[in-house]
Design a protein around this ligand. Sequence first.
Ligand SMILES: NC(=O)c1ccc[n+]([C@@H]2O[C@H](COP(=O)([O-])OP(=O)(O)OC[C@H]3O[C@@H](n4cnc5c(N)ncnc54)[C@H](OP(=O)(O)O)[C@@H]3O)[C@@H](O)[C@H]2O)c1
Length: 264
Amino acid sequence: MDLGIAGRVALVSGATSGLGRAVAVALAAEGARVAICGRDEHRLAAAAARVTDAAAAYRAGDAPERGCVRADRVDLRDHDAVRGWIDAVATDLGGPDIVVSNAGGPPAGPVTAFDLAAYRDAVELCLLAHIGFVQAALPRMRAAGWGRILLVASETVRQPRPQYGLSNTVRPGLVGYAKSLVPEIAPDGVTINVLAPGYHRTPALTGQFDDPDAGLARIAAGIPVGRIGDPDDFAATAAFLASERAGFITGSTVLVDGGATQGW
Ligand SMILES: NC(=O)c1ccc[n+]([C@@H]2O[C@H](COP(=O)([O-])OP(=O)(O)OC[C@H]3O[C@@H](n4cnc5c(N)ncnc54)[C@H](OP(=O)(O)O)[C@@H]3O)[C@@H](O)[C@H]2O)c1
């Protein structure tokens, strides 16, 4: 299926690792012009190389003028830096047409394990950073009359988990933000959806266990499809929601969790 995004300019934040990097690779493989960011210089360079490989593979098979990659060190909580990044990418590549707002998650632990400062940090990282990114990119997308916004949250927006108290508490705000934005931006051809990943094999997840193989096996046993997600599973869903063909999907929260969430 041609997703119809070749030549579109995609911004993917938190793309030096895990889910964000997989999404950037998937978009580059579709011929999008991809700008990634993250904070760690070395991971950023390694991720840029992988995204560049995907773009090169696309160019080899199709239009050589399409598919290019830009990488910048940006902390998504730094709103001035985010605005500067968007301006620089717009000048360099155009757009943005696609915004994938992703960053790290808050620390794991039950709700009583954290003081107010930790809750404030979680609000900054998991809510305000995403809102700031979207608000800064929106005027260009609305003016262009086309846009796709994806907010990467967590399955905890649907299925609170006792061990992820900060995520359970803060992330549902993203759903409220997205839902509230829909009627404002739909007439301008811009969609916004929340992606709610369940357990995926990334450094953020494996780092939670002393013995990652045993820990992941325990989790996989509780997932109906019988395995942990691969970042490529998540990226394929994101690429579709970012596509031309997904224009009638907006305001949705899309679970990518192998059936782990039992409610609807
Ligand atoms: N993997 C799972 O099973 C799972 C399940 C549910 C929800 N999630 C959520 O999905 C998101 C992505 O998770 P992941 O598993 O891909 O994690 P990951 O492998 O740790 O990747 C997180 C990415 O975000 C970047 N990042 C972190 N803080 C940032 C900031 N302030 N500004 C810019 N970039 C930042 C990191 O790069 P730098 O360190 O270089 O900045 C990295 O590229 C997280 O919010 C996570 O909580 C993941």
